[in-house]
Design a protein around this ligand. Structure first.
Ligand code: BES
Ligand code: ZN
Length: 867
């Protein structure tokens, strides 16, 4: 009897759960007929398969489907299934045949029915409002392993086939799928739409959507049709994304030197959507906030988000769709790449947004954080079963993946790197590839041995901290070891290959050397030997931390005061310093003192980073006597820059200045600055009269300040914005602001509201997110989550990453050993298989918070007292 093939990947590694190697699909012809009254669907599927070994059974993936009929044909023979057996654990169905099926080609015909579920996976229903009435549309989300919920299939990324999709739907609805319509037949009030055959592709990229929509349409320079679909009457809000998509498609066509292979790409906003967006080939689905822009009410931050998400998903049309990872262990090839190249495209489109410093601030910084835990994982990570796949859509696959790519691109040079990418895409198009195939193409393009260079970065967990001392004017001594948030020393067997770079004052010289041993000495060129200060990891291109000797560290304050270093390097100095203090390499009071040199700082990105890091410090001191002194420190730190940016935008100001204004005003208003709070209240009152009076970039700040410093009245006002706003973006601003309340009873109301019909399930994580960064609300939110955990698990299914995100945000900001223990105990009693990694990460993070606080609390207090 053929069983699921369990492949042993390497001697020491566990098994991968795969379908047996006996049968492969060649093409599918699938018809789906949804029933929006019963929330069910009927389907038929005709799969052309190739049988490689004689067998009496065929195994396919299927979940929550009932197979009604099944026949197997080859020429004129027809086999009847004698029996079938569903295997819940493996998510498969086995078809047993009476006669032996010999090697050859067959046609497998199936009919089946399923549920149009409300879990945001497989083929599901999404609720929307039309003229005050609730209606449903049908949507798919198949990545990573939920195509098997919509039709029986060979649901593995390597088992590529071509697909003809047919939708049998009411004439009043629009049907969309990956490909353009081939033909359609109307019978009474139903239509059967047949879409053109897809290219050879993986199951997880198939999509169809059925509902009522309006759209806007345009074409790229190369003639690809691009459309953006929205709720009826809102198509104007798709214009920004439409314009971005056209330009980005042309950009990628040039960059990859390979055209987009389909005739069209549709992008559609879906109201109930678990991810941010999904790159289905030719039919990309989005959360509303990741696609729709209203020129009058959207913030610049939203525009940046939309441009980036569109760029990210379009990047997948090449990286992921055209060339697909062979198995989920190489998910990073998809997500790391789309993250890096998505930023490259945004930088191309909007130079003024300073994409790369923001990249370091958002992506590199969160990857460095997660990867400083022992419970992190390597970029290339073994994935055995489908329940394990969802969890690796994390900061390692996305952010470390993208940061390592950025490091590699800088190391090889951008042109060589692009050549390598072009080679890789051409060679593997319409096929599957693994990490080593990428290294192979990059090695060919660069004539360098990439495998050795990248080995430890992608095959092992963690990254190094480089300890540097100036032993003579022209000499640096450097050592490397693994950086852990706990400060522990782990013995590494092998050293990382670290691309070092050094710059100094009064020169543009950058000295470079790859450190490939645990210790080394760098001999600096003449102009660097003259420098009073030296800065390593120039441009923050490398994925590592730098710990300067005391002497080098104090000299850096000169560089900060004179602001001669580029934005990304100033940001890097602060970011490293905070991380080093968490791990015990520098005392936190020394970092607080370093940050005072940033008073003259003017760049948005530097300020966001400092703000986020100081927030982490503040989180630790919420119940400590230093709390108020820290608030005073914050007010003094932000005063000069607040004075400079003011409340009113200047004419023709740099776009990032508007974002800076909001960061600075929030920091002050949330740290008790009376003047700022007064103005915020005043602006809020005016906004309630006339929303247009408050520019969108300041709304989050104003709503948050008003709620944080107000009572029930303010809470209710912001809540009514949530209920009444037309744009989902505005509703989300209001929802997050509500989480700032420090009144326990209101926290409770917000939690109840979050779990009610009022908040879409896909947005509940924002409620937990904002409550958990609020000291008063955090324990209440965690308590509530614990009490409602069975319901949450039920609602968010097993194996969904939204559950992981909620667990993560609700737990990771605690700062005591007792809490870490409590979290461990809770999940022992409530085992959550699909969030095992997340839970371990959180517990370790809480332990490191606790250690950080314990180690430095006295010094921090003394420092703040004496200032
Ligand atoms: N392929 C993912 C969508 C996805 C995420 C599917 C998790 C299954 C599980 C998509 O390309 C993606 O990365 N979406 C991001 C948004 C992106 C712009 C960062 C997301 O959903 O967060
Ligand atoms: Zn992606």
């Amino acid at each position: 009897m053929a069983e699921l093939r369990k492949i042993q990947v390497a001697d020491t590694q566990p098994f991968r759960q795969l379908l047996p190697n006996l049968v492969k699909p060649i093409s599918y012809d699938i018809t789906i007929k949804p029933d929006f009254d019963q929330f069910t669907f009927l389907g038929t599927s005709s799969i052309e398969i190739k049988v490689f070994e004689n067998t009496q059974e065929i195994i396919l993936h299927a979940v929550d489907l009932e197979i009604l009929e099944c026949t197997l044909k080859s020429g004129k023979d027809s086999f009847d299934k004698s029996r079938l057996n569903y295997n819940k654990d493996d998510e498969t169905v086995t078809l047993y045949f009476k006669e032996k099926i010999t090697v050859g080609k067959y046609q497998l015909d199936l009919s089946f029915n399923g549920q149009l579920n409300d879990k945001m996976v497989g083929f599901y229903r999404s609720k929307y409002e039309k003229n005050g009435e609730y209606k449903f549309c049908g949507v798919t989300q198949f990545e990573p392993t939920d195509a098997r919920r919509a039709f029986p299939c060979f649901d593995e990324p390597s088992l590529k086939a071509t697909f003809v999709i047919r939708l049998d739907i009411p004439v009043s609805l629009i049907g969309l799928s990956n490909m353009p319509v081939d033909f359609s037949e109307t019978r009474g009030d139903t239509q059967l739409i047949t879409y053109k055959p897809t290219p050879i592709m993986s199951t997880y990229l198939i999509a169809f959507v059925i509902g009522e929509y309006d759209f806007v349409e345009s074409k790229t320079e190369r003639g690809v049709t691009v459309r953006v679909f929205t709720e009826v009457g809102k198509s104007k809000k798709g214009k920004f994304a439409l314009a971005c998509a056209c330009k980005i498609l042309d950009f990628y066509t040039d960059y990859f030197d390979l055209g987009y292979p389909l005739e069209k790409v549709d992008m559609i906003a879906i109201s109930d959507f678990s991810a941010g967006a999904m790159e289905n080939w030719g039919l990309i689905t989005y959360r509303e906030t990741a696609l729709l822009i209203d020129e009058a009410t959207s913030s610049l931050a939203s525009k940046q988000r939309v441009a980036y998400v569109v760029a990210h998903e379009l990047a997948h049309q090449w990286f992921g769709n055209l060339v697909t990872m062979a198995w989920w262990n190489d998910l990073w090839l998809n997500e790391g790449f789309a993250t890096w190249v998505g930023n490259l495209a945004v930088d191309f489109l909007y130079k003024e947004w300073d994409a790369w410093p923001q990249f370091v601030q958002e992506y590199t910084s969160s990857a460095l954080q997660l990867d400083s835990l022992r419970s992190s994982h390597p970029i290339e990570v073994e994935v055995r079963r489908s329940s394990e796949v969802n969890e690796i859509f994390d900061a390692i696959s996305y952010c470390k993946g993208a940061s390592v790519i950025r490091m590699l691109a800088a190391h090889l040079g951008m042109d060589v790197f692009r050549e390598g990418l072009r080679g890789y895409l051409k060679k593997h198009q319409y096929g599957n590839a693994a990490t080593k195939d990428l290294w192979c193409s990059l090695s060919e393009a660069s004539n360098k041995d990439i495998v050795e260079f990248t080995y430890k970065w992608t095959k092992e967990t963690g990254y190094p901290v480089i300890m540097v001392t100036r032993t003579a004017k022209d000499t640096l001594s450097v050592t490397q070891k693994r950086f852990l948030a706990t400060g522990e020393a782990l013995k590494e067997e092998k050293a990382w290959q670290v691309p070092l770079s050094v710059t100094g004052d009064g020169t543009n010289t950058v000295f470079r050397k790859v450190l490939s041993t645990f210790e080394d000495t760098l001999r600096l060129p003449e102009d660097l030997a003259k420098s009073t200060w030296l800065k390593l990891n120039v441009g923050f291109n490398g994925f590592y931390r730098v710990k300067y000797s005391d002497e080098l560290f104090s000299a850096l304050s000169d560089a900060l005061i004179t602001q001669v270093l580029p934005t990304v390097d100033r940001l890097g100095i602060a970011n490293d310093a905070f991380a080093l203090s968490r791990a015990g390499y520098i005392r936190t009071d020394k970092v607080l003192s370093l940050i005072e040199y940033f008073k003259e700082e003017k760049e948005y990105t530097v300020w966001v980073d400092i703000t986020e890091n100081l927030r982490q410090v503040q989180v630790l001191y919420e119940e400590h006597e230093a709390k108020e002194k820290l608030q005073t420190y914050m007010r003094q730190l932000y005063s000069p820059i607040a004075h400079e940016v003011g409340w009113e935008p200047e004419e023709n100001e740099h776009p990032l200045r508007s974002l800076l204004r909001s960061v600075v005003i929030s920091a002050l208003g949330l740290n008790g600055d009376a003047a700022i709070i007064d103005v915020a209240r005043d602006r809020f009152a005016k906004y309630l009269e006339d929303p247009a009076s408050l520019i969108p970039d300041l709304r989050s700040a104003v709503f948050s300040i008003v709620v944080a410093n107000g009572g029930k009245h303010e809470f209710d006002s912001v809540r009514s914005i949530f209920y009444n706003a037309d744009m989902h973006e505005e509703r989300m601003r209001a929802l997050s602001a509500l989480g700032r309340t420090e009144i326990p009873q209101l926290v409770d109301e917000l939690l109840k509201m979050g779990h009610s019909e009022a908040v879409r399930p896909s947005d509940l994580c924002y409620v937990y997110g904002s409550l958990s960064s609020n000291g008063v609300a955090r324990p209440l939110a965690w308590k509530y989550m614990k009490e409602h955990f069975p319901a949450l698990k039920q609602q968010f299914g097993n194996g969904q990453f939204l559950l992981c995100r909620m667990i993560e945000v609700a737990t990771k900001n605690f700062a005591s050993k007792e809490k870490a223990q409590e979290i461990r105990e809770f999940f022992t009693v409530h085992p959550t298989e699909s969030a095992l990694r997340t839970i371990e990460n959180s517990i370790e993070r809480v332990m490191s918070n606790a250690a950080w606080l314990e180690r430095d609390r006295q010094h921090v207090f003394e420092y703040l007292r004496k200032r």
